[in-house]
Design a protein around this ligand. Structure first.
Ligand code: NI
Length: 149
């Protein structure tokens, strides 16, 4: 009897340095300050983000790999690092109407690469923003936000 192929996961870590300012036109100056605190500083601030990409899939019987590492690196370089590394996230058109929080950055990166992987399925994009904060986007529909209280 043939054994069903096992699903395996491959995670790869990239570093991305960028600045941002958390601010939305939807809120007043005072509300922005209350929501984002120091991150609402008009001059912005920077992070050395650590972006972790997790790909899952069957192990290719010939190569023994879930996804080709060089192919994944080329995709992330072209679509993510070339665009966002050493940038001001607020200046990117993708964030013209969207606050460049790290939640939004995770989901943006997820959407930019999920259909272009050389193999496997994009399971998650996880970003470490600071020693204490990390964010993750997974391929699941999000509950819409509730009414603002
Ligand atoms: Ni920040």
């Amino acid at each position: 009897m043939r054994q069903a192929p096992s699903k395996a996961y491959f995670g790869r870590r990239y570093t991305l340095s960028a600045s941002h300012r958390l601010h939305t036109q939807a809120l007043t100056t005072a509300q922005n300050r209350a929501a984002y605190g120091k991150c609402n500083n008009p001059y912005g601030h920077g992070h050395n983000y650590v972006v972790e990409i997790l790909v899952g899939g069957a192990v290719d019987p010939e190569t023994g790999m879930v996804v080709d590492l060089a192919g994944l690196d080329a995709l992330v370089d072209a679509r993510i690092l070339a665009r966002f590394d050493h940038s001001n996230l607020n200046a990117d058109p993708a964030f013209a109407e969207r606050v460049p929080t790290t939640e939004n950055l995770c989901c943006m990166i997820f959407g930019l690469i999920k259909d272009e992987l050389p193999a496997g399925k994009l399971e998650s994009v996880r970003i470490e923003e600071t020693e204490n904060n990390y964010f993750e986007c997974r391929d699941a529909p999000a509950e819409p936000p509730g009414p603002r209280g």
